[in-house]
Design a protein around this ligand. Structure first.
Ligand code: G3H
Ligand code: 13P
Ligand code: ZN
Ligand code: NA
Length: 280
């Protein structure tokens, strides 16, 4: 059933687990998330990146909403990484319940005013607002942020950011990256996450971690223990889709079904790791 992001995140907060937010691009992706959620009896977030919206348009949004409405478990639809006012103005009109304002490419001052501007408009529509402070490195939908540009979230700035913008969820940078982690593995600053959690808990703000593809079971557990309530997952699901195309298929329907199954397996595994399985 179509549910609110707030309901899902509050339940996760009370239950001490996290919700998986999976980027979707087409019907197979949407079906994979919903099928995994139903199989695992898990709540889930379908999220649409501006790059996906550019390809799929309103039909993609309608597909997500219809799939959520028909699901037997709680599903919400979220707009991911709006980096410009144009993106956000479009996102505000999609009929969704939550969105992410991404001003992480801006200076702190400009990020505050951009996020605050959108936050006021989104709250007027009753939407839940996520924003990012610090900056993730890595590649997402052809947009690459070099390592040297990556900045960790500063706790004092985070406090000012939350108080000035009135956001509901904070996406933090603690060494998490979009896409692949270096061969040496992820280097997450769990000490910093603990401090950010203390701040967010105090302010009633949900902690969000992007770049969850590539994080091992143990790290995910450590992050949940330090208050992360939403993990964004994209790369591993896309890879499962692409890899499934490698084996010979008889026809289009077979291609679609095997892509869906491949994505579903990755998504279901994440739901178990995030602790949302069995929580629907
Ligand atoms: O109501 C929201 C919670 O206090 C969020 O805290 O950072 O531990 O998820 P959290
Ligand atoms: P990954 O591609 O590393 O899973 O990151 C996903 C993400 O943060 C989407 O916003
Ligand atoms: Zn992200
Ligand atoms: Na990642």
């Amino acid at each position: 059933r179509l549910s609110s992001a707030k309901e899902l995140l509050l339940n996760a907060e009370q239950g001490g687990y996290a919700i998986g937010a999976f980027n979707v691009y087409n019907l197979e992706g949407v079906e994979a998330v919903v099928a995994a959620a139903e199989e695992e009896q898990s709540p889930a977030i379908l999220q649409i990146h501006p790059g996906a919206l550019k390809q799929g348009g309103i039909p993609l949004v309608s597909c997500c909403i219809a799939a959520a409405e028909q699901a037997s478990v709680p599903i919400t639809v979220h707009f991911d990484h709006g980096t410009s006012k144009e993106d956000m103005v479009e996102a505000l009109e999609l009929g969704l319940d939550s969105l992410m304002v991404d001003g992480s490419h801006l200076s702190f001052k400009d990020n505050v005013s951009y996020t605050k501007f959108i936050s006021v408009l989104a709250h007027a529509k009753g939407m839940l607002v996520e924003a990012e402070l610090g900056r993730l490195s890595g590649t997402e939908d052809d947009l690459t942020v070099e390592d040297y540009e990556a900045r960790l979230t500063d706790v004092n700035q985070a406090q000012e950011f939350i108080d000035e913008t009135g956001i509901d969820s904070l996406a933090v940078c603690i060494g998490n990256v979009h896409g692949k982690y270096p061969a040496s593995g992820p280097n997450l600053r769990l000490d910093l996450l603990k401090d950010l959690d203390a701040l967010c808990s105090n302010r009633g703000v949900f902690l969000v971690l992007h770049g969850a593809s590539g994080l091992c079971k143990e790290l995910i557990k450590e992050c949940i223990e330090r208050g992360v309530r939403k993990f964004n997952v994209n790369t591993e699901v896309r890879k499962a889709y692409m890899d499934s195309l490698g084996s010979p298929k008889k026809d289009l329907v077979h291609v679609m079904a095997s892509a869906k199954e491949a994505m579903k397996a990755v998504i279901a595994e994440k739901m178990r790791l995030f602790g949302s399985a069995g929580k629907a």
